[in-house]
Design a protein around this ligand. Structure first.
Ligand code: SF4
Ligand code: SF4
Length: 448
């Protein structure tokens, strides 16, 4: 007896007599095997509790097929709403120079006085002009390096010009400077305060853990210099305007609880347990700093339990888990480019290198620094906005970066919550599209 139409979904047997079903809008239910089979055979009773669950979560429709389809479409549009904000995050690499030489540096930074790697003011103005051609009403400009504070005049000129364009075009622009903080001055902090600029910095843990990788050019640890400026920055800008990120190495993987303790001690409001990216110096040092993804996930799950215990006393989220729950429990886009399909590369974020070259993601720029410019979209000095953001390269990258059309992701029960990273795929397999099963990305995602 067919009294309902089955709507698209994926499913997986999770445990004995327990099947997880997830539909196109990310709604999920757990159902017994018996109910699942009778649902698939169109035999489930319309008066059963399971049928009520299936219908209310849009796994099937009765006579109200059109209404159910419209509801599915509305939720699907909400899940993909990040596409309307094309392109919201713009990363400007204002210099490749840096005063530090961290062991895992992803950009293979240049020496402090090699000015050939600075973005010129003229290039910076062209970048800002390009950013303001993006349809988004709320562009976010992130200054990166190297150490962006070493090319301060260009940061200042870019902020002032972007504010001017935002006023003229009635847009809301926000700024972040990604800095190691150790060279920041009182005057620079005053400017940040005046222009509401947030700081994003790096803190790997307590002194020993931080100093193991984050070193100055002479090989000395930078923890003390960092803490001095970190305190000053929080005092002048307010705690909320100074965020910190950590990077996990083979050594620190065994000290994740201590790292969490340091973040709690400093009242940082949460932590993102980040795995190492295989670029720059980190790639050269892979044998010493790296680890396999299964080991990372094991340790991650351990520390996650620790964080959950901590939350009985103090609110302290692990941010990757928070993002995953946001993807699973709400239809709204998180803005986190790694968990998007199509991939956020070029759509949600774009990177402008010091010489004006444009890349769809920071990792693509790092790949170029390693000698492979495969993902370069063009240059602000020679190409138009249309050529760069509606050009063949970005179209190719985007069309290959949709889980919905990639095997086996198209049939995976986690597809609605997952994402894709064409640059990492390319780095690992020399193709933007790959069979994701057993890729580090998939292992990390599926085990969570
Ligand atoms: S990781 Fe950042 S602070 Fe460290 S050397 Fe690289 S650019 Fe400099
Ligand atoms: S990457 Fe893995 S977990 Fe994600 S959708 Fe593809 S197969 Fe599923």
């Amino acid at each position: 007896m067919i009294h309902y139409t089955i709507l698209p979904f994926q499913f997986k047997k999770i445990s004995e007599n327990n099947i997880l079903m997830v539909n196109e809008c990310g709604d999920f239910i757990f159902i017994s095997e018996e109910a699942f089979h009778s649902f698939a055979r169109h035999e489930i009773s319309e008066y059963s509790e399971e049928f009520y669950k299936l219908k209310s979560h849009l796994f099937c429709a009765e006579k109200d097929f059109d209404i159910s389809l419209r509801k599915t479409a509305a939720r699907y549009r909400t899940r993909k709403s990040f596409l309307r904000e094309f392109t919201s995050l713009h990363m400007m690499v204002v210099t490749l120079r840096c005063n530090q030489r961290c062991e895992y540096c992803q950009v293979s930074c240049a020496d402090k006085d090699v000015h050939d790697y600075d973005m010129s003011k003229d290039t910076a103005m062209k970048v800002i002009d390009m950013i303001f051609q993006s349809p988004t009403k709320r562009p976010k400009i992130e200054f990166q390096g190297g150490e962006p504070l070493l090319n301060w005049d260009v940061v200042v000129a870019s902020v002032l010009y972007a504010e001017e364009l935002a006023r003229q075009q009635n847009r809301q622009v926000t700024f972040v400077i990604c800095t190691n903080l150790t060279t920041i001055t009182h005057e620079q902090l005053e400017f940040c305060k005046e222009h509401n600029i947030a700081l994003s910095t790096s803190l790997d843990g307590g002194r020993d853990i931080h100093d193991a990788c984050r070193k100055d050019k002479s090989g000395r640890g930078t923890y003390d210099a960092f803490m001095k400026k970190f305190d000053l920055a929080r005092e002048m800008l307010g705690q909320d305007m100074v965020g910190a990120l950590m990077t996990t190495t083979a050594d620190s993987l065994n000290h994740l609880k201590e790292i969490v303790d340091e973040y709690v001690r400093l009242d940082l409001g949460g932590i993102f347990i980040r795995s190492l990216n295989p670029y720059g110096f980190a790639a050269q040092q892979a044998a010493r700093l790296g680890y396999d993804m299964k080991t990372f996930v094991e340790k991650y799950l351990d520390v996650l339990k620790y964080i959950m215990e901590l939350n009985r006393k103090v609110f302290f989220p692990e941010q990757f888990a928070t993002l995953l729950f946001a993807r699973i429990l709400s239809p709204f886009a998180t803005g986190f480019v790694d968990l998007q399909s199509p991939s956020g590369a070029g759509i949600s974020g774009a990177v402008y290198d010091f010489d004006g070259s444009v890349f769809p993601a920071d990792e693509a720029r790092m790949l170029a620094r390693m000698g492979n410019r495969y993902f370069c979209l063009g240059n602000v000095k020679t190409d138009t906005y249309q050529q760069i953001f509606a050009g063949k390269k970005l179209k190719e990258t985007t069309s290959g970066a949709c889980l919905e059309t990639t095997f086996p992701c198209a049939f995976c029960v986690y597809q609605a919550y997952c994402g894709t990273d064409p640059v990492r795929n390319y780095l690992e397999t020399e193709s933007e599209v790959r069979n994701m099963v057993d890729s580090p990305f998939c292992i990390r995602f599926r085990t969570h």
